[in-house]
Design a protein around this ligand. Sequence first.
Ligand SMILES: C[S@@+](CC[C@H](N)C(=O)[O-])C[C@H]1O[C@@H](n2cnc3c(N)ncnc32)[C@H](O)[C@@H]1O
Length: 230
Amino acid sequence: MAQNDSHYVPAFGLSALTPYYDSFAKLVNPYRRRLIHHAKVQPGQRVLDVGRGTGLLTMMVKQAVPEARVTGLDGDPQVLEIARENSRGADIQWDHALAFDMPYPGGSFDAAVSSFVTHHLTSADKVRAFKEVRRVLRPDGWFFILDFGPPFNFLTRIQASVMKYFELTADNFNGRIMPMLAEAGFAEVEEAERFVIPFGPLSLWRAGRGIKGSRSLVTSAPKPPRTIVQ
Ligand SMILES: C[S@@+](CC[C@H](N)C(=O)[O-])C[C@H]1O[C@@H](n2cnc3c(N)ncnc32)[C@H](O)[C@@H]1O
């Protein structure tokens, strides 16, 4: 189901629930760790976490590579305060802005990461946000995304048959994220891993910025899914 208007969804759906987000969201830290494994951030690199919420992934990147220069961006001022408190003075830049209108010059980052954000954006905003991420990446930069993905077996088909009726998650469950990354201009788009959680299938995608005008290569991972037991 395509949507075209902007529509802001806070971390836990409703602003009143935001203070409770962390205790729930930490349960999926093992998958955030897989994203960090794929991102292979190097000391000195500049990394942007898009839609960082309370900063769980942002802080994990910083802890994994303390010499990286890490920025966490989110459009909700309420989570900004929680992220600042959680980070206890760690050297992280916390910014308040929308994913499709970022306050950075082109080519500012070596890598961008994002977890559980795409299913908060309308179809139009997903593509706008992907274009904006591509703009702020260096030419050899990569974007790593963790979020709900298309089903790949009996269990995940049942999960997705329910979840895809939620308007904003439909693109994820209908396998639209990779084509949207390609539409935004990413040259190399790949599904690196798949997982299963009680709410549905997760995918971990990586997208190489590439040079303008290059043809996009979209590849789905033939690898078996990984299930990380909580
Ligand atoms: C489910 S939370 C995920 C937070 C974090 N990445 C994590 O893994 O816990 C989704 C976040 O996306 C943010 N968000 C939603 N729409 C956004 C937009 N258009 N621009 C920037 N952030 C947005 C929300 O404020 C929220 O913090």
